[in-house]
Design a protein around this ligand. Structure first.
Ligand SMILES: *Cc1c(COP(=O)(O)O)cnc(C)c1O
Length: 426
């Protein structure tokens, strides 16, 4: 039970986030409760900001954690945003991020989303197909605007990450193969309504080796040279997401500084301005979700700790078989002597795929004990759903010795607020 480098630590045998006791937070707000460290978020962002070339842009990937408070913190530090829907664009703008610092990615942008992005004036669309490019051209021409576009290239590199979060292999739905991307550029260059200003890739997430990045970036660099020779003014080079993070002891991600150095070098060699879209590495280890033990169930075949968070609150284990470190909130000394057993730590949702950790060595705990599931700042709350009609959890931001409720717990009334019953005549 080691804690990945973060602002979560034991103080006098009790788990703290920065200078706030987790027990104080659960007493005040109940569980399940997402807890985020402001300091960690700022530190991680500043790693990118400091090491990326000064004119480069760090566009926080909003889907990692969409919290308005987090967007405000990052926007205040000069972050742009990488959005993948009109909803994320709306969130970013309302948190004060200037549209001129926002890039719009994703394979399925709707007409309404494209129009919205054109009206607010985003930095560029990362375009993923020929049909999308034609559609953006049509909508831009109708609005008498010119759409700044980058083509997302699928560089076909093998990636040692979970297949669901690898995006740069040739049969992935993302981007265009190099030759087809070049055709898309020549279409963009001659089509009114389109301004090909950049090039883009994103090969995946939680990648712990620099090598696939190097391979992909070099392929794109050659394409930029080729495009420039053809007279296109490619100004921005969007390198995609950020570095992987440490979920467990055996993970050894490379440093943000190393990654930024590579990106700066490729930008220099291609005469472009670098853009990065980090998500996980900024918020992942800034957060934990605190859960309560509802029941301890030991059968002849297996031991279960049944908690009050389900796959609806933290989908990563079910979705990607992801590993999250799990620790007790109470005094470490008190539990150290206790016998460790193998447990499945699960939730209340009616699916066998509803688990937080399987076959995990963990001390015997009692009904009512609190457990922290670590590294839950990214792709956790933002992926939460109401499955099994479970209201989504509250979220708290800790800043030194103070804390703020940044999202209230949903009420059960909220669950049916948009539903229309048959008793309503239409
Ligand atoms: C998800 C995503 C990111 C963020 O990736 P991280 O690994 O969380 O840094 C960046 N860009 C695109 C296009 C994405 O889909």
């Amino acid at each position: 039970m080691t804690i990945p480098a973060s602002e979560f630590r034991y103080v006098n045998g009790e788990l703290y986030c920065e200078d706030v006791s987790i027990t104080e937070l659960t007493t005040r707000f109940g569980t399940p409760l997402y807890v985020y460290s402001r300091n960690h978020i700022e530190k991680q962002f500043m790693e990118y900001r400091t090491h990326l070339r000064e004119d480069g842009l760090v566009c926080y990937s909003v889907k990692a954690n969409t919290s308005r408070a987090i967007l405000q913190i990052l926007g205040g530090l000069g972050a742009g945003a990488d959005v993948v829907s009109g909803g994320e664009l709306y969130r970013a703008i309302h948190a004060g991020i200037d549209p001129s610092r926002i890039v719009f990615s994703g394979v399925g942008k709707t007409d309404e989303e494209i129009e919205y992005a054109l009206r607010v004036g985003i930095l560029m669309f990362n375009v993923e197909s020929m049909e999308e490019l034609e559609n953006i051209a049509r909508i831009a021409a109708d609005l008498k605007k010119e759409a700044p576009v980058a083509i997302r290239v699928n560089p076909d590199v093998a990636i040692p990450s979970h297949p669901y979060i690898s995006t740069g292999f040739k049969k992935a739905k993302f981007g265009l193969p190099e030759d087809e991307a070049l055709e898309a550029y020549s279409f963009a260059a001659k089509t009114p309504g389109l301004d090909p200003v950049g090039i883009d890739c994103h090969i995946g997430s939680q990648i712990l080796s620099l090598q696939p990045f190097e391979e992909a970036f070099n392929k794109l660099k050659e394409m930029v040279k080729h495009l420039k020779k053809d007279g296109l003014n490619i100004r921005y080079f969007d390198f995609g997401g950020g570095v992987g993070i440490k979920y467990r002891d055996s993970d050894s991600p490379f440093a943000i500084r190393e990654y930024a150095n590579l990106v700066n070098k490729i930008a220099e060699e291609s005469g472009t301005i670098p853009i990065l879209e980090p998500g996980r590495s900024i918020v992942g280890n800034a957060g934990a979700v605190i859960v309560k033990v509802l029941y301890v169930k030991k059968t002849r075949f297996k031991n279960f700790i049944i908690t009050d968070i389900g796959m609806n609150d933290l989908p990563r284990p079910s979705l990607y078989d992801a590993y999250h470190e799990v620790v007790c909130v109470e005094a470490v000394e008190a539990i150290e002597d206790r016998e460790m057993k193998e447990w499945d730590i699960v939730g209340p949702v009616c699916e066998s795929g509803d688990f937080i950790a399987r076959a995990r060595l963990f001390p015997e705990v009692q009904r009512g004990a609190y457990i922290a599931v670590l590294s839950a700042g990214a792709y956790a709350a933002s992926m939460a759903s109401n499955y099994n009609s479970r209201p989504r959890a509250a979220e708290v931001l800790v800043d030194g010795d103070s804390y703020f409720l940044v999202k209230g717990r949903e009420s059960i009334e909220y669950l049916i607020k948009d539903e229309v019953g048959l008793e309503v005549k239409q």
